[in-house]
Ligand binder design. Structure first.
Ligand code: SAM
Length: 739
């Protein structure tokens, strides 16, 4: 297939399929200039597209993740400057860099697009793939100066070539609407002498103008160029500390703040200690933060702002050490619309170690009792973008999609695409974060080994590896797990609770099991993991990546496709031994039952219920006892819940108890969990979830109706225990159990 001609239609007009053709069929044309179109044509086409974009007012943002090529890990001093007209096509132009000026405003299509011109008058189209569409400062203004390392120049259709930048660390942009930029350019390109005071003044102006990276650059020049004036150096360091704090470069802010003080500190240094305290707090270094605030208070006792920060820090230290949180206040804040909550992580119960056959895993450092908190973690990154799969009402600008040509897939929810973009922004701006992030599992993606290395002051970021890591490690999450209980999904109907997608770097080490020993829940961006059974010291913590599909063969495929592993948990291990024909028979019968109950309306006669019961007995008979002894029989769960609900409608309490027991048995809690009027659940092999909790709750009601009050109380007590594990806390428990 020949590549599509795109010389007169810009990528804005292309569908993802057309893109795909271009990427897959692009022909390397070594030795061609970057664009056969002249400057006038390029600018004309660009401006026309810019106008079209404005007119169309399309609110959907989409972008494309093309096939992988590696980011540059060379520093600018080791590269040779080259003109745009000397770039080679279809290659990375290793060993070279280009600098050029933007001669148009940029616009977003599937990517961010602008036109560049270099000193020699050569022009090229720049296509940047990683801009954060949701942030207001993501454009490249007219007259900006860009430096691109080892540019990847690619064929884009007949007579058209582009420079494609997919990795944030491959490009540096000095924005054209930034006053400090002209000073920086005069210094770099015209070798103009600029005094430290001039640098500092330019830094102050940039800071006031909220151009923090320019302010930091100017203060850095002022510091590096000042010779013996210690007072000047220290006060400029302090200015840079605050600029770094505002720019959220917390490690640098902390370092600068401390370096700006005398040893021992003197009155006046409290501001620097306050800044260091804030930076350490944001880095999660609460004990260090406490020391800085204490020093600040020694220098300026009873300062109310510092006292407030110190108290907050001490609360974080207590959370970190005890795992005790004020969940009620967390939920209150969530109700006020805050998703990103200010809390410490509690991870001291756990450690990362090798898990045989699974890479690394998370292990218990001490015995963790059933229901106890295993760990609590604040999200590394979580977009505030909760939508249902069917959402038609996504707010403007949130309709974000990403086509990934490495996996031939498209993101299903806007939060997934948004998470990718926010991750790039976070790891590019924070060296420590990028190190932590790139340690995560990226599957079979071939790493250069240079990711997160600091080159030219920023970490090397590989966008494609970032996405590979996101795919393997991110979790879907509701804004609160409590909403999953109250949204009242019916069986055979997926629930419609809005979900976002986020990444938690410590929890990302947890491996999957279909019979897990822990469950994650969410309150905003805080993930709470509790034990579903008592976990002995040294045992591996396991949770379900996805609610296990009832059909073994479907489940197997999902885990292989999405995460690249074959689950060998006790259930999968045994079910893999069941004959293929049996799997087929069971699936067929489950489908038949589903069709059958789907046909029945709301009011179901006893005769009809009995009919379904017969089918369910047959399905039970298709479960080999040598495979399923003591193990869950997932395919029987929904049919049994359906029967339980119908008998409950008929107020046939004996039958409700019978099917409640069946549901619990099929979840793996044991053959006969009520013996001699006492309830005993086998939590080690039982699967705790909303449905097993509901079954217990309903059984409690039925036993009450039957006058068996003791066992009714036991059912309610166990269901309440499950409620806490499923939602993370006791908040809402009384309301839930009184209805
Ligand atoms: C979120 S990561 C978990 C941590 C990972 N094991 C590591 O070394 O970083 C997901 C990956 O872990 C591995 N994994 C998770 N559960 C597994 C299991 N039950 N058996 C084998 N591998 C598993 C798979 O490679 C999967 O893609």
């Amino acid at each position: 297939m020949s590549p599509i001609a795109t010389s007169t239609i810009d990528s804005y007009d292309l569908s993802p399929d057309q893109y795909k053709v271009i990427y897959e069929d692009a022909i390397p044309l070594e030795g061609q200039p970057p664009s056969a179109l002249g400057k006038d044509d390029l600018v004309r086409i660009h401006n026309r597209n810019l106008e079209l974009k404005k007119e169309s007012g399309k609110s959907r943002n989409s972008f494309v993740l093309p096939a992988a090529y590696a980011p540059s890990s060379a520093s600018l001093d080791t590269l040779q400057k080259i003109s745009l007209s000397d770039l080679k096509l279809g290659t990375h132009n290793r060993g070279y860099f280009v600098t050029a000026r933007t001669i148009t405003s940029s616009y977003h299509s599937t990517d961010l697009i602008t036109i560049l011109e270099d000193d020699s008058g050569a022009v090229a189209r720049l296509v940047q793939g990683f801009q954060n569409f949701s942030s207001s400062d993501s454009s490249i203004p007219l007259n900006s100066t860009v430096a691109i390392k080892e540019p990847y120049c690619k064929f884009n259709g007949e007579n058209d070539w582009i420079i494609r930048v997919d990795h944030p660390s491959d490009i540096a942009v000095l924005k054209g609407d930034d006053a400090a930029v002209s000073l920086i350019l005069q210094f770099v390109t015209e070798k103009k002498e600029i005094s430290p005071t001039q640098w500092r003044e330019a830094g102050d102006l940039a800071y006031l103008d909220k151009k923090f990276s320019s302010a930091i650059e100017c203060y850095t020049q002022a510091i590096d160029n000042s010779t013996s004036d210690t007072a000047f150096k220290l006060s400029t360091l302090r200015k840079r500390a605050f600029a770094n704090l505002t720019a959220r470069s917390f490690s640098a802010a902390k370092e600068d703040a401390i370096a700006s003080c005398l040893d021992p500190p003197e009155p006046g240094d409290e501001k620097a200690y306050f800044c260091a305290g804030r930076a350490a707090y944001e880095l999660g270094l609460y004990t260090e933060s406490e020391q800085y605030f204490t020093t600040a208070l020694n220098l300026k006792p009873r300062d109310p702002k510092t006292l407030k920060e110190l108290r907050k820090t001490q609360t974080r230290i207590s959370e970190q050490e005890t795992g005790v949180y004020n969940f009620a206040s967390m939920i209150d804040r969530l109700k006020k619309g805050e998703v990103h909550l200010d809390h410490a992580d509690f991870v001291s119960n756990t450690e990362v170690k090798m898990a045989e056959g699974k890479g690394r895993g998370l292990f218990a450092r001490r015995e963790i009792k059933k229901g106890e908190v295993v760990m609590v973690e604040k999200a590394f990154c979580l977009p505030d973008l909760y939508t249902t799969d069917q959402s038609e009402d996504i707010r403007d600008g949130q309709r974000l999609e990403m086509w990934n040509f490495n996996t031939n897939s498209r993101t299903q929810r806007p939060a997934q695409a948004s998470l990718f973009l926010q991750l790039l922004k976070k790891i590019y701006g924070d060296a420590e974060a990028s190190k932590k992030f790139f340690e995560l599992d990226g599957g079979s993606y071939l790493r250069s080994g240079k990711e997160a290395e600091i080159v030219d002051g920023v970490p090397v970021i590989d966008s494609f590896l970032t996405e590979a890591i996101r795919l393997r490690n991110c979790f879907s999450c509701p804004s609160t797990s409590l909403s999953l209980l109250t949204s009242n999904p019916t069986i055979y109907n997926s629930h419609t609770t809005p979900l976002s997608a986020g990444l938690w770097t410590h929890a990302a080490y947890i491996n999957h099991s279909c019979i897990p020993n822990s469950i994650r829940s969410f309150i905003g961006d805080i993930m709470i993991i509790r034990a579903t059974c008592t976990i002995p010291a040294g045992a591996e913590i396991l949770h379900q990546y996805k609610a296990s599909d009832a059909a073994y063969l479907v489940r197997k495929q999902v885990f292989e496709q999405n995460w690249g592993f074959v689950c060998e948990c006790p259930l999968c291990g045994k079910e893999s031994g069941s004959k293929e024909v049996k799997h087929g028979e069971r699936s067929e019968l489950v489908e038949r039952i589903k069709r059958e109950v789907g046909r029945l309306g709301k009011e179901v006669s006893v005769a009809r219920i009995r009919g379904v019961e017969k089918l369910v007995r047959r399905l039970e008979g298709l479960h080999e006892s040598e495979v399923y002894a003591g193990l869950p029989r997932l395919m029987l769960i929904h049919p049994c819940i359906w029967l339980l609900e119908r008998w409950r409608e008929k107020r046939e309490w004996g039958m409700v108890v019978k099917y409640g027991l069946d549901v619990l048995r099929n979840f793996g809690f044991g053959e006969d969990v009520v013996r001699e009027g006492t309830l005993e659940l086998g939590y080690e092999k039982g699967i705790m979830n909303v449905e097993s909790m509901r079954a217990l709750k309903v059984m409690g009601e039925a036993y009450k109706e039957l006058g068996k009050l003791e066992v009714a109380d036991e059912c309610e007590k166990e269901a309440k225990g499950m409620f806490v594990v499923l939602t993370g806390s006791e908040v809402g428990i009384e309301d839930f159990f009184s209805t």
